[in-house]
Design a protein. Sequence first.
Length: 102
Amino acid sequence: MTSHHHVEPKKMYFVIFAALMAFTAITVAVSRVDLGALNVVVALAVAVTKAVLVILFFMHVRSSPPLTKLTVVAGFLWLAIMIALMLTDYLSRAWLPEPKGW
């Protein structure tokens, strides 16, 4: 069995690291601004972007075989399903009246 190692230049790692630090600064800056319901949306968007950068470059999925890429996509799909199910529970809680006490 042969092992294929794709060698990336160090500059690429520094650029990705700088992007991750910039996104971290954006996360901190946005946390100090009241955007209402958009705070969660922006925070999740930045988090997903950072996760994708780490997965593609630092975990070398970008240069991995197709089965590895399929596994990563399946993982993200499963995460999306779990978040959707959680949101259906959270968003539908107000649909029923509060139960009265004893």
